[in-house]
Design a protein around this ligand. Structure first.
Ligand SMILES: [Zn+2]
Length: 166
């Protein structure tokens, strides 16, 4: 394990944590009082109004000079039939890849909402791997070309509470 002195918070960090989103963005458009009736949410899937289907996957970004990539747990939309194919075959790599719109906002990479993606199913209880369409969007460039370890830690700090010394 490589430790990393972080100029951002002045701490020494061990391994880079993955960050993830617990809910797809459209969830937040549903008024709080209506969520229980309209949303079916698990840690891996979300259905809104029996009409909109989302799955959670992992979008990997290579980190320069670092063997471990930076994983972001993001949500993408799925067509109903693909959603159910995945639900019925959660542990196989024999399905897909399936198209989906990115339904997580990661401001560190510009406007990421509704970028085009493909979900690659990996089987053996791993979450699907999310591949961005290879465009000139900052998020797509980052996935293609990688980011520095400093940048990855900066992003982690945007999402995690400050690391305490305990
Ligand atoms: Zn830090």
């Amino acid at each position: 394990m490589t430790s990393f002195f972080c100029a951002c918070c002045g701490e020494t960090h061990d391994s880079l944590p993955d960050i993830g989103f617990a809910k797809p963005e459209p969830y937040f458009d549903i008024p709080e009082a209506e969520r229980e009736a309209r949303v079916q949410l698990t840690s891996d899937t979300c259905i809104i109004d029996e009409e909109h289907y989302f799955i959670r996957g992992v979008l990997e970004i290579p980190v320069h000079q670092h063997e471990q990539s930076f994983g972001l747990g993001v949500w993408i939309s799925q067509k109903k039939e693909h959603f159910y194919t995945y639900l019925e075959n959660p542990d196989t790599a024999e399905i897909g890849p399936y198209f989906g719109w990115l339904c997580s906002r990661v401001p560190a990479f510009g406007d990421t909402y509704l970028l085009k993606t493909k979900a690659h199913f990996q089987g053996s209880t791993m979450r699907p791997s999310i591949e961005l369409e290879p465009t000139d969007e900052p998020f797509a460039i980052a996935q293609r070309e990688g980011i520095s370890l400093e940048r990855a830690w900066d992003i982690v700090h945007e999402y995690l509470p400050p690391i305490t010394k305990s």
